[in-house]
Design a protein. Structure first.
Length: 109
C-alpha cells in the first residue's frame, strides 16, 4: 500500500520534469487514481469480513483481487463478443453491472 502511494507522490511531484523533457507532452497530475491488485478473495467468513473492512476504508487506493478482476474481464469479454441482440449479451451486461455495483458498494461502505 505504501509503495503505491509513494509512486503516486513521486509522479505528482515530478511531472514537471517529464513535461520539460518532451515539449509535446500535455499532461497534468493532480489527483492520480491508484489501484492495487492482490491475491484472491478470502473464502473464510471472518477473513472476508476483515478484508472488506480493510478495503472499504481505503480512500486513496482501490484494492481488487485477481479473481475479482478476472471475473470482471470475463464479463466484459463475453459482452463484447456476443451479438448485440442476443439474450446472452443482455445477461453479460447484467453480470457486468452487478460486478461494478459490488465494487462500488465495497468502496462506499
Amino acid at each position: 500500500m505504501n509503495q503505491v502511494l509513494e509512486q503516486r507522490y513521486n509522479l505528482v511531484a515530478n511531472i514537471h520534469i517529464k513535461r520539460s523533457i518532451d515539449d509535446n507532452m500535455h499532461i497534468d497530475a493532480w489527483s492520480v487514481p491508484c489501484f492495487l491488485i492482490i491475491g484472491t478473495s478470502p473464502q473464510d467468513k471472518w477473513l472476508r469480513q476483515s478484508f472488506e473492512l480493510f478495503r472499504g476504508n481505503q480512500r486513496e487506493v482501490v484494492v481488487i483481487t485477481f479473481d475479482e478482476l478476472l471475473g470482471k474481464l470475463k464479463a466484459v469479454h463475453e459482452f463484447l463478443s456476443t451479438n448485440p441482440l442476443s439474450p446472452t449479451r443482455t445477461t453479460a451486461l447484467s453480470d457486468l453491472g452487478q460486478a461494478v455495483g459490488r465494487q462500488k458498494r465495497t468502496q462506499v461502505g
